[in-house]
Write a protein that binds this ligand. Sequence first.
Ligand code: PMP
Ligand code: GLN
Length: 381
Amino acid sequence: MLPDFGPSIFSEMTALAQQHGALNLAQGFPEFGPDARLIDAFRDALSSESAQYAPMPGLLGLREALAADQLHRNALRYDPATEITVVPGATLGIFCALQALVGPGDEVVLLEPAYDAYRPAVLAAGARPVGVALRPSPGGFSVDWDQLADSVTPRTKAVLINSPHNPTGMLWRREDWERLSGVLPESALVLSDEVYESMILDGSTLESPHHHENLRERSLRFLSFGKTYHVTGWKLGAVLGSARLTHALRNIYQFAAFSASTPTQHAVLRFLKTAPDYARELPAFFAQKRDLLASSLAESRFRPLPAPGSYFMLVDYSEVSDLGDRELAHLLTREAGVATVPLSPFYGSAPAGLRMLRLCFAKEDSTLAEAGHRLTSWASS
Ligand code: PMP
Ligand code: GLN
């Protein structure tokens, strides 16, 4: 029997935001809609022959377009037939990969703070999650390589990496992947959650395990079109990786979902063809929002940490309050009218004295400015 995990912190904070009519900078979804051309493509797809099941691994045309997109943007080459699987969201992709690839007796290393879906998925596979804390500093979070090396054992079957990282915004660099490959046993797999791969904000480029010769064959990358195209409700994503790992993934996935919704696949396929440079415009778009939110807090004692990737920013509130992070997040929702997410639920066992909240900046500029204003006024009252 699995433990009762209770509602996720994202559902908890969104419900609280709704109850108090607060601005919701908590759950990670955009306040704005997608590009109008994507909606048009979806509408057209509804009137075409897309009312029935798509092929199990996804529409071949979409897999080909994704292969072309990855080659164009990230210089990564995939065989659409054997190395790309379209799935109903990255969450299910990660869940199926874990069920397919790890089991009882195996350990899966998670770098904490870690996205909330990982730990339950590892446990559901019968494996043991091993949390390794990232090291916080005013300059952001980084990997403690000694601790990571100490946590890897002959039972380590996989390590789950998320870059750009939710909730810290941290990015993995080329040297990080090199060091990881030096620390991992040859047989260990890398599960690379890259749902924010198109949100690398300050001119850096994506560094993925698939750029690394020693990791290419033994890693899977997880993408989310919900995140990339501002359509989180569509629940569409893809898993990319070697034919061997893709075969194992599909073996389970065909029985977990079989296929992802057909009209959304047609819509993303057409959008990739009509707007091939869409993803290149996202970094500037989100960097402006991040900077707006950070500057709207400049007069307060909330201290934003650097946020080089994803659409999340952490703020240190140690100069504002001594309350625990969950308690403060609830209080700010009620009193300041701004919902945020506490950091501690991203840990299996949170370190004492965490004083950080996560703010999502995928919101309208007016919402971000107002949230900054409300938090600043609250903190000075
Ligand atoms: N991984 C991370 C790190 C996330 O923040 C999210 C939230 N969208 C997901 C996976 C889930 O993606 P999807 O909605 O495509 O399942
Ligand atoms: N990924 C989103 C976040 O981090 C939430 C998705 C969810 O609610 N499960 O806020």
